[in-house]
Design a protein around this ligand. Sequence first.
Ligand code: URP
Ligand code: ZN
Ligand code: ZN
Ligand code: ZN
Length: 464
Amino acid sequence: MNNLETIVKGGTIATASDIFKADIGIRGGKIVAIAEALEGADEIIDATGRLVLPGGIDSHVHISQPSGEGIVMADDFDSATRSAAFGGNTTLMPFCFQEKGQSLREALAWYHCLAEGKCHVDVSFHLIVSDPTPQVLGQELPALAEEGYTSFKMFMTYDDLKLTDREILETMSAAKVSGARAMIHAENDDAIAFLRDQAELAGDIAPKFHASTRPVPVEREATHRAISLAEIAGVPLVVVHVSNREAMEEIARARARGLKIYGETCPQYLVLTAEDLDIPHGAKNVCSPPPRDQASQVACWEGIEQGIFSVFSSDHCPFRYEDTAGKKHPGGEKSFRWIPNGIPGVETRLPILFSEGVGKGRIDLRRFVELTATNHARLYGLYPQKGTIAIGSDADIVLWDPDMEMTITQDILHHGSDYTPYEGFRVTGWPVLTMVRGRTVVAGGRMPSADPVGMHIARSKPAA
Ligand code: URP
Ligand code: ZN
Ligand code: ZN
Ligand code: ZN
């Protein structure tokens, strides 16, 4: 075949269903040919000895979101998408956060302004609904779903975000009417406040008390309630960042009853524990839900292996330790409650799952692709434009060296945080080339062009 712009030659392609050797022909940013031997292109990319994977889709990242006390997130759209590209991702789904009193359109206009012309990979916004007025639910959500904003997150905790059960039901109903995908952060806010106040009264203010004041029942109860509310409203639901067996079992039980409940877990629940908050500078590892214990890690792996979890995301939520915990915690006298919640991880998600999952025989390559790309596209209305290697799909492709040994350290990463929670973690397998719609954005550890090629992608309404 002639007139190809690029051929990716000699690699082993892996999708969620197949692993096979073939060349990929690309024209106009799309995959137009997959065959044993393709010839005739302006550019040949040698993929010999490499895995050829659909680019990672990370459907849970926070970029440039405001957080309490005026702390600025460590990544803007430039640095977050740069870091994502180096980590083998080609699409991010960041959150557009509606502040109370704000319309969703105002919030979107602001985030689009922040992202415009800055992105090195494609982006597609989820909405965060924090003020579900009749106007927001009755007019804005349905209209925005028609325009390709087809998912939103609800929170059961955080003062500036949390919704009551009634509001969750109303918001879920709006998801049903508009065909959008509902997501939820499931932790019981009153229980957290009760435990936090008790801890502070007892003088227990170190970062480790962030974890002990958000124990497993806080997440299990809220997960059960969220699923029940989804059942009552009659909508599918994605429960994000699940950290432990009991919450996971709520999801497994609901699925066994035929409910369309989907679970997400994240690297921090596979490789960190609450003990990582009980070290010097433990504030670096504060996130919610908190990492738990080794038994919870085992449980999350079971959920990954057995298909209870549909997606594996980073929940990248980067802060600079210097700006936040370091300053807010001089001598540790200020309580853990002021430590911003969230850790960076968009660049390390794929290597950690590949190395610990595929490399250690817990999952096969197809499941890796499903968990890191295909299912994100399916759940959120991007499939088959993205999330697979097929004729007609966007040429979002990652070449992966399965044998490359790397030690994760802050100085090899490209995010805006001044640390990584995974400092010193050794992995085998690393992305060596990232291509977004046919344009190589990272190769051999460099960005060949500083041009930000990423664009905003309007999504379809997800299939139930
Ligand atoms: O601690 C976390 N996960 N921060 C990010 C916000 C969220 O709840 O996802
Ligand atoms: Zn959350
Ligand atoms: Zn998050
Ligand atoms: Zn401190």
